[in-house]
Design a protein around this ligand. Structure first.
Ligand SMILES: Nc1ncnc2c1ncn2[C@@H]1O[C@H](COP(=O)(O)OP(=O)(O)OP(=O)(O)O)[C@@H](O)[C@H]1O
Ligand SMILES: [Mg+2]
Length: 339
């Protein structure tokens, strides 16, 4: 007979981000060139100092944790690894106290293995903290290795950059996200439609953290992954509707387009939400959706509007201005075509 023990409850209730956090390199999808470097380090044990840089939710911290698992195992990791990932652990004080103290500690390790410091969000560390870190990296280079992670390497001290092996991470492809989501869907025995899965992938936009979160939220909210449920949970406008809006611009149906903008605004979506979806749709649009003649000018116009809104002016007027320009562009392109 099945008994409902507290262990069962704990496992079922675990957020999927935690439950499906990669434990080995085999669990990680995408970014093969960087993962292959880490795999080879895990085999020969010769760790350089690393900087993993790239967008959120692409596996930077996960792959460093996999490397640490392979190299150290659970027991050794307790004394050989210092992991700082809370955002209040970025101060110069923490670097001078915690990191330096760890670097100075004597730990007996197998031959060829050094102590290992994992430091996330290095790009949010102030300059003096980065300078202090660089000094410690240099002073203790014989006994301690560092794996740093960041989203924006432009904010990393030049002197740190010149002392590390850089591993770049990029947004994950649709296929890579699908592969991991299908693994979770099978493990959890979830009901889904292919369109629902596609909707999760679309809303995640290359970020696996977002994809897994959206999968779990949709499943806990509705028990079924289909398109409608995903867009309700993710609170983004349905891309099919936005694509139809773009096509209406091309057909110069000005009044219909303005009505569509009003409708979306009435539903509470911000201009930026809508414009970002337009941008993503344009980037993945086929010739069947958006003819090539319109592609370049439309992309430019949408990108300009996104820039203006991101600089602080998010209003319905911006969106109306954008669709009016798109209609105008369509009109002049169709004039040229008929000339
Ligand atoms: N490439 C990947 N393969 C499999 N799972 C992944 C991958 N990337 C991210 N994940 C999942 O998303 C979660 C977050 O990933 P991770 O912490 O590695 O992202 P990150 O790149 O370090 O992001 P950030 O820049 O925000 O720190 C992980 O727990 C894991 O479940
Ligand atoms: Mg991280």
């Amino acid at each position: 007979m099945f008994t409902f023990s507290s262990a069962n409850v704990a496992i079922t209730n675990l957020p999927w981000l935690q439950k499906y956090r990669p434990a080995t390199f085999d669990d990680i999808v995408g970014n093969e060139p960087s993962i292959n470097v880490l795999k080879s380090v895990s085999k020969n044990g010769n760790i350089p100092n690393f900087l993993l840089s790239g967008p959120p939710g692409t596996g930077k911290t996960s792959s460093i944790v996999c490397l640490a698992n392979e190299l150290y195992g659970k027991e050794l990791a307790k004394k050989a690894i210092l992991e700082l990932n809370a955002s209040d652990e970025r101060s110069v004080g923490v670097i001078r106290d915690k990191v330096k103290a760890f670097a100075q500690t004597k730990v007996t390790l197998p031959l060829g293995l050094q102590k290992f410091v994992i430091l996330d969000e290095v790009d949010s560390m102030v300059d003096p903290a980065q300078k202090a870190l660089r000094a410690i990296m240099e002073q203790y280079s014989n006994t301690t290795r560092f794996a740093l992670a960041c989203n924006n390497e432009d904010k990393i001290d030049e002197a740190i950059m010149s002392r590390i092996t850089k591993l770049s991470f990029t947004l994950l492809s649709q296929e890579e996200i699908a592969k991991r989501l299908l693994h979770i869907i099978n493990q959890e025995n979830i009901n889904y439609t292919p369109e629902g899965l596609q909707a999760i992938i679309f809303t995640a936009d290359g970020d696996m953290r977002q994809a897994i979160n959206n999968l779990q939220s949709t499943y806990s909210g509705f028990g079924m992954i289909n398109e409608d449920n995903v867009y309700k949970v993710c609170d983004v406008p349905d891309p099919k509707y936005i694509m139809e809006m773009l096509k209406r611009c091309i057909r110069y149906e000005v009044k219909n387009v303005f009505n569509a903008v009003n409708k979306l605004y009435g539903e509470g979506y911000a201009a930026l939400d809508i414009i970002q979806i337009m941008m993503r749709l344009m980037k993945s649009a086929s010739e069947k959706d958006i003819e090539e003649a319109y592609y370049h000018d439309y992309l430019m116009e949408i990108a300009k509007a996104e820039l203006v809104i991101k600089s602080g002016t998010d209003s319905e007027l911006q969106l109306i201005g954008l669709v009016a320009s798109l209609c105008d562009i369509a009109k002049s392109i169709s004039r040229k075509k008929n000339y």
